[in-house]
Design a protein around this ligand. Structure first.
Ligand SMILES: *Cc1c(COP(=O)(O)O)cnc(C)c1O
Length: 469
């Protein structure tokens, strides 16, 4: 029996297969510019419908010139995972199955996949087994969920029910945050009614880590409900705040400790790097991503809260948060802000199953070793400076023949532009410590030592060429 899904599904499969085969050979940068992409997608609102496979053909033709090679082995831009094939296939099925993961009765399989993946994630990340996990779109939302749970909990302890009475008139909550927290944490704070100018920023050191004595002083100067936001994995340096010591200190002040560990939390899944993130388990909530180091396809993040009741109270839609569903059944919507949503548990379950504990540990270990190799190869070249202690997978580099910081900014931006033009690999610039740097994030599942050597060669050649120009 032929039916109307076969042709579009097959077309999608064939294009996906061809795209993924070509990804290592094509430039990571798109060839289409904004006007050509607009011309390809644009047109009047369709008056009448079209055949589905024809639509898919048109979509592929319009989109491909504007696709980034983010899933490629030599993509070091931002902090981007490579969409593991098992996760992508599970994600296709998620769409094809058309499941709504709101509640257990709406899709029992979606609910159970999340419930089992919850246990696996807590095991991999060595976090308390009683914690709950919300499957959200990324670390931005995961930070938001953790912080909303924190807000409710610290206010409840001073007899204020924020879920019922809101924030107007509530006792003030002090929020302590490292000065180099990720920008999205500040946007979460805005969303939850804590303006980003109201928070107390704690100075950080040269690697972007929160300064512990300064936090101690700030906490001592304060009384009342408080939240401390720490970071496991700085976006530029990969450095970790001293989370264990921060948690000990903050808990003396009865503050809630939230950790943004978008990619860094995965150091805990790797025995050779776990010491970086020791003590992180003492926190009260954690945010991390699936679509970065775990390699799930977009979108995928995890909001993890030690106290499931605080988590449910903050997120549940009905007032049934005091018990999770009956018979040990977990209801997905009690841990996230949405009701209807993509059944993200399938892709997470599939990727963890495909890689295994050992595969995840060895991938994280390999990426960290490759980042160190990348830094070492680059540092051999005169004029190249590495700006961070490469403890994890992130490397920040600047270029310049002189000691003038302004000149280095100029040369670094020249190298970044020429590198993006060259196409051997992709990386982007960042501004850190008021300087321009090239940021290399080694986090793509399939990246090999040969990729790092070829990319370091290309960067050095470009730096030499730029100087001679
Ligand atoms: C990427 C990142 C975020 C934001 O995560 P999204 O998945 O983009 O929502 C937050 N914090 C840190 C440290 C990150 O690296």
């Amino acid at each position: 029996m032929s039916s109307d899904h076969q042709a579009p599904f097959q077309a999608a499969f064939q294009h996906a297969d061809r795209f993924r085969r070509s990804i290592q050979d094509r430039s990571p940068l798109p060839d289409g510019d904004f006007p050509s992409l607009m011309a390809a997608f644009d047109g009047p609102t369709p008056e009448v419908g079209s055949d589905s496979s024809t639509v898919i053909e048109s979509l592929v033709r319009a989109a491909e010139p504007g696709l980034m090679g983010t899933a490629g082995r030599r993509f070091f831009g931002w902090v981007i995972g490579a969409s593991h094939p098992a996760g992508v296939a599970a994600d296709w099925l998620t769409s094809a199955w058309g499941q709504n993961s709101g509640n257990y009765p709406v899709s029992p399989a979606a609910a159970v996949a999340e419930q089992v993946a919850t246990g696996w994630l807590l095991d991999l990340l060595r976090l308390p087994s009683e914690a709950s996990v919300g499957f959200v779109s990324g670390a931005t939302l995961a930070n938001f969920v953790g912080l909303v749970a924190a807000r409710g909990h610290v206010l409840r302890k001073v007899d204020w029910d924020v879920e019922a009475d809101g924030l107007f008139g509530a006792p003030p909550v002090a929020v302590f945050i490292g000065a180099e927290a990720h920008a999205t944490v500040f946007s979460s704070l805005r969303l939850m009614g804590f303006g980003d100018r109201r928070v107390i920023q704690v100075e950080s050191d040269g690697e972007g880590r929160m300064n512990l004595p300064n936090l101690a002083v700030a906490l001592n100067n304060h009384s009342g409900p408080a939240i401390v936001i720490a970071q496991a994995g700085h976006i530029n340096s990969g450095a970790f705040d001293p989370v264990g010591a921060i948690a000990d200190l903050a808990h003396e002040h009865e503050a809630w400790v939230h950790v943004d560990g978008a990619f860094g939390l995965w150091a805990r899944a790797c025995p050779s790097r776990a010491s970086l993130a020791e003590g992180v388990e003492k926190a009260d909530s954690w945010a991390t991503d699936g679509h970065k180091w775990l390699q799930t396809p977009y979108d995928s993040g995890y909001a993890i809260v030690r106290d499931p009741e605080a988590h449910r109270r903050a997120m549940t839609i009905a007032a049934s948060y005091l018990s999770s569903s009956s018979d040990g059944i977990r209801d997905p919507a009690q841990y996230v802000p949405e009701l209807s949503r993509r059944a993200r548990g399938f892709a997470t379950w599939a990727v963890i199953k495909a890689l295994g504990k050992q595969g995840i540990a060895s991938m994280v270990d390999r990426h960290c070793n490759l980042a160190r190799l990348f830094a070492r190869l680059l540092a051999e070249e005169p004029g190249v400076r590495i700006h961070n202690d490469v403890v994890l997978n992130q490397v920040v580099v600047s270029f310049g023949p002189s000691d003038s910081e302004e000149e280095r900014d100029h040369w670094t931006r020249e190298v970044i532009a020429a590198l993006q033009e060259d196409g051997t690999c992709f990386a982007a610039g960042t501004q850190w410590q008021e300087r321009w740097m090239l940021r290399l994030s080694v986090i793509s599942g399939p990246t090999t030592e040969a990729d790092i050597r070829a990319s370091a060669d290309a960067i050095i050649k470009i730096w030499r060429r730029v100087q001679d120009a």
